[in-house]
Write a protein that binds this ligand. Structure first.
Ligand code: SAM
Length: 273
């Protein structure tokens, strides 16, 4: 891949890449994005204001927003992991090829590479599945961020057990939750199963999200709480309708295939140890 050298090259590289995150790389660039994380999310979350002296891990980094944020907040070292291609996501066996092709347009790694070079970042990106996290390979971490991944996993508890094996400090989890189930069942952990032709699996209520992480031997020290992930303009432009009933929220909106949860409210759990 050609890495941008001049402002014009940078603009072209940015505009020819499908972005998931909003990143401030150059004025008025990167306006095709899915999640307006940079505008509100760090302020809405209890994301640590400083990570000085801490070794950090960003799981499922995509374009790297959270990894670069960790670095900006003073982390001693940041490792970011992701799988190399959407083919490695947990696809249901009945997934139509058209859905796979549409989702695969937005590949993790391309935006990260541009952002990494532009920000002159020292974040280290590893092509590694969450299921393969192993302290013998990556060491252990003082702070781990796990954002918008559990929804996409067939086996979220196994993934969380792997996260537990490399977490010697705090874990912050932000993931999609089902709002109706959270209201109807505030204490009982329940989840809706999707698995209809796309890599969307379990959408728990808030109590369910808490139970998932506790089943992997974490102790909740803060949260869980609801927050709204603000959608970016690409969510409308990139929308496809699968015709499947997806039980999402808000009801009646088309199915979005960007690989992210922003159409849903998210549950955040901070400070798991
Ligand atoms: C919805 S995006 C979330 C991006 C980012 N974590 C965030 O919070 O904004 C889902 C990400 O999960 C990654 N992913 C999917 N399956 C994975 C796996 N088994 N291990 C690690 N990453 C995975 C995808 O490649 C993609 O980057």
């Amino acid at each position: 891949m050609v890495i941008a050298q001049s402002d014009e090259d940078l603009r072209q590289a940015i505009s020819s890449t499908s972005w998931y995150h909003t990143l401030e790389l150059a004025p008025r660039c990167n306006d095709a994005r899915l999640v307006r994380y940079n505008v509100v999310v760090p302020a809405m979350l209890s994301f640590p204001t400083t990570l000085a002296g801490r070794r950090c891990l960003d799981i499922a980094t995509f374009d790297g927003f959270w990894a670069f944020e960790m670095e900006r907040r003073g982390a001693t070292e940041v490792i970011a992991i992701d799988v190399p291609h959407p083919a490695q996501w947990d696809w249901p066996i009945n997934s139509p090829p058209a859905v796979f092709e549409e989702v695969s347009r937005r590949r993790p790694g391309l935006g990260f590479e541009i952002a990494h070079r532009t920000l002159q970042s020292e974040v280290q990106r590893l092509e590694l599945s969450v299921y393969d996290l192993d302290p013998a390979r990556v060491g252990t971490f003082d702070f781990v961020y796990l954002g918008s991944l559990l929804l996409h996993l067939r086996d979220p508890v196994r993934a969380l057990e792997k996260v537990r094996s490399v977490c010697r400090g705090d874990l912050m989890v932000v993931d999609a939750v089902d709002l109706a189930l959270s209201m109807l069942s505030p204490r009982r952990p329940v989840a809706e199963l999707d698995g209809r032709g796309r890599p969307w699996w379990w959408k728990p209520n808030l109590a369910g999200l808490k139970r998932l992480v506790e089943a992997a031997n974490f102790t909740t020290t803060d949260g869980p709480r609801l927050l709204w992930m603000p959608p970016g303009p690409d969510q409308v432009r990139g929308a496809l309708s699968s015709g499947a009933s997806h039980g999402g929220w808000p009801p009646g909106r088309p199915l979005h295939l960007e690989g992210g949860p922003p159409r849903s409210p998210a549950g955040a759990i901070g400070g798991l140890t």
